[in-house]
Design a protein around this ligand. Structure first.
Ligand SMILES: [Zn+2]
Ligand SMILES: [Zn+2]
Length: 138
């Protein structure tokens, strides 16, 4: 297999996909729109442009819903795994936890840190960003 391909899937395996490295970024998002659907303290995202992203199985099992004015999120209709978020045409956010292997970088920042759940304790030294865009220095 091509070393720059990383495969991924939902929990039940119905939806399978692959991305091709390099990725565009990687970081932890603390916004409530990520926390609620994923049922998590925060969501670690990476991203690739559409030409480096392919659904390889279960396209019909993937449910896309409009989660904001500009954004869609996608999940498996059987197991509910949230996998993708797209807010601009050229960037597909991929939940790092859905990938089966390592990518080309480690998480680089906390986004929307000022929106974090009050019970979330972060003890790393990564930049903690927030404000209106979620990516401004706090
Ligand atoms: Zn599934
Ligand atoms: Zn978010």
């Amino acid at each position: 297999m091509n070393a720059s391909i990383v495969t991924g899937s939902c929990f039940c395996g119905a939806v399978r996909f692959e991305i091709e490295l390099p990725t565009l970024f990687c970081g932890h998002c603390h916004c409530s729109m990520c926390r609620r659907p994923h049922g998590a303290a925060f969501v670690t995202w990476t991203a690739v442009p559409p030409e480096r992203f392919r659904i390889t199985a279960g396209e019909d099992d993937l449910v896309r819903f409009q989660s904001s004015a500009q954004g869609t999120r996608s999940f498996c209709r059987t197991c509910g795994s949230q996998m993708f978020c797209q807010t601009e045409p050229e960037v597909i956010d991929v939940a790092l936890a859905a990938l089966h292997g390592p990518i080309d970088r480690v998480p680089g920042a906390h986004w929307y840190y000022d929106s974090r759940a009050p019970w979330t304790v972060v003890s790393d030294d990564l930049p903690k960003l927030g404000g209106a865009s979620g990516m401004e220095p706090l």
